[in-house]
Design a protein around this ligand. Structure first.
Ligand SMILES: *Cc1c(COP(=O)(O)O)cnc(C)c1O
Length: 351
């Protein structure tokens, strides 16, 4: 069985490294747990390291963490669904929002519970995922001020997710100016949430933009890398999360299939390069468990050459002494980690 090993000490170290660096420039960190499917032990390690809140995109994950005794506060990262506003205000202390209609529904749901629900309003500064266009932010804020059970605690933006847009002086300055105007109107300080792990390169290079006082960080903590060029964060562990699977076949075979080829199991038409006879290991790991393309073998010389639903083919020609039953460990990328953490076939081992 494939095993996802999560080292809590390393997670806590990475989280502390980032929280300390952020605190030094007046920035708070929301620790994002969705990459680990809301694993409560990970949330506790994040809290131990000093994150200001636990953030996740799924209500189910927040419910699981609450049930396991994680104290929160909890931030819901994905915009609430109109059909689930009651759950959103019950489970999340803060949610990210961009639709007035949803905000009105959250207001009604909070009124029924007799509580005030906190929101961060999202502004799209160019990445084309969630958020109102910058000129639509002031009117949205005006409307929100009428909602008696909604408290606007901040504004934020998301970058480098859909459009791959990098945080830079222009888009951060745009957010800062909107924040400054809003703070003047409300006569209080706001959370100005500048982005995700794509902001870590500027945080660690000492060129962090002025006026941004919060980041929402997942990948940087769990994988130890920033999210623009996937460069390691200085001093961070890159192996806090690893994925391991067992060798179930080991044979020498040609590198090009024998016979007439058509589509593979997923409708693609594979292309092969003839590298002669190769020593290949088949591992008990596939697309039901992870994203095979996102796996980097720890073993020197091993190379992922392909995968189907349940089988991963590893070229081990350059790896001496491999045997059936051997365990092979990989460092997952973010997509591979997300899938492994979510797959019911992957055993999670916390150490
Ligand atoms: C997932 C997510 C994050 C965290 O992104 P990382 O790149 O993993 O740090 C931050 N904000 C939002 C809105 C998200 O959905």
């Amino acid at each position: 069985m494939a095993v996802l090993t999560i080292n809590l000490k390393k997670l806590e170290h990475n989280a502390r490294l980032i929280c300390d660096q952020a605190r030094a420039v007046g920035v708070s960190v929301y620790g994002v747990t969705k990459g680990l499917c809301g694993l409560p032990a990970a949330a506790l390690a994040f809290k131990q390291a000093g994150v200001a809140a636990i953030a996740d995109s799924r209500l189910e994950n927040i419910a699981a963490m609450r049930a396991a005794g994680v104290a929160g506060p909890f931030v819901l990262l994905r915009l609430p669904s109109l059909s689930r506003v009651e759950e959103a205000v019950k489970l999340a202390d803060v949610s990210l929002n961009s639709e007035l209609r949803t905000l009105q529904a959250l207001d009604n749901a909070a009124a029924v519970l007799g509580i005030r629900h906190k929101v961060i309003l999202m502004v799209d500064v160019g990445d084309l995922r969630e958020g109102v266009w910058p000129e639509d932010f002031p009117p949205l804020l005006t409307e929100c001020l009428r909602l008696r059970h909604i408290e606007v605690v901040g504004l934020g933006t998301n970058l480098a997710c859909y459009g791959g847009v990098i945080p830079d002086e222009n888009n951060m300055e745009l957010l800062r100016r909107l924040a400054e105007d809003a703070e003047q109107r409300l006569a209080r300080k706001l959370v100005v949430s500048g982005g995700n792990s794509s902001s870590l390169a500027s945080l660690f290079s000492g060129k962090f933009p002025a006026g941004i006082n919060n980041l929402r960080i997942g990948e940087g903590i769990v994988l130890g890398r920033e999210a623009i060029n996937r460069q390691p964060i200085p001093g961070a562990y890159l192996d806090a999360c690893t994925l391991t699977a067992e060798v179930i076949e080991l044979k020498t075979k040609p590198s090009v299939p024998v016979g007439t080829t058509g589509q593979d199991a997923f409708g693609g038409v594979p292309v092969f390069v003839d590298r002669g006879l190769r020593q290949r290991a088949i591992l008990s790991l596939g697309r039901q468990d992870t994203v095979p393309e996102g796996l980097a073998p720890v073993l020197d010389g091993a190379e992922v050459v392909g995968a189907s639903s349940d089988h991963l083919i590893l070229d081990v020609t350059a790896v001496p002494g491999m045997q059936i039953g051997d365990l092979v460990t990989f460092i997952p990328g973010y997509g591979a980690l997300l899938a492994a953490a979510t797959s019911p076939y992957v055993r999670k081992v916390v150490c």
